[in-house]
Design a protein around this ligand. Structure first.
Ligand code: TYD
Length: 137
């Protein structure tokens, strides 16, 4: 879990390019990409964890805050430049939109499966207590 700083190629006179590559930057095979957009300022999304799914998040435009909670402590991450990736593996996440037009992109390790979601915080804490994710995070 945590932020991965990507390279930022170029200079201000003609702009920048960042990239990430399978295996080199991402510790899983990407099977799905989705993106969230047109979200009102200060709206909160997320409010769930995943049992098995691994994800990287990045913000190609805008500013958002992502709160990752492993059941013991919550850490706030800011995604406000396109050259940062945030790796999420089993943590409870709350996501706040802080700038109009912000876009959140997600690359995920598997196809969409509602069965993989934990949407109840008490159930999340129970799974943490049972050690459900302990060897992975
Ligand atoms: P959800 O993951 O709950 O969004 P967020 O965490 O941003 O609040 O997904 C919102 C809805 O979209 C939910 O009904 C499931 C559906 N969905 C798909 O059908 N496919 C997908 O790949 C994703 C991510 C969500």
């Amino acid at each position: 879990m945590g932020l991965i700083q990507l390279e930022r190629l170029g200079e201000s006179k003609d702009g920048y390019l960042s990239f990430f590559e399978a295996a080199r930057h991402i510790p899983f095979e990407i099977k799905r990409i989705y993106y969230i957009y047109d979200v009102p300022i200060n709206a909160k999304r997320g409010m769930h964890a995943h049992k098995r799914l691994r994800q990287v998040l990045w913000c190609p435009y805008g500013h958002m805050e992502i709160l990752l909670d492993d059941g013991r402590e919550a850490v706030a991450y800011t995604l406000d430049t396109p050259d940062k990736l945030l790796l999420v593996e089993g943590q409870w996440r709350d996501m706040y939109w802080r700038q109009p037009g912000s876009v959140l992109c997600v690359a995920a390790s598997d196809y969409y499966d509602e069965e993989d979601y934990v949407r109840d915080y008490d159930e999340f804490l129970r799974l943490v207590k049972e050690g459900y994710w302990s060897d992975e995070r």
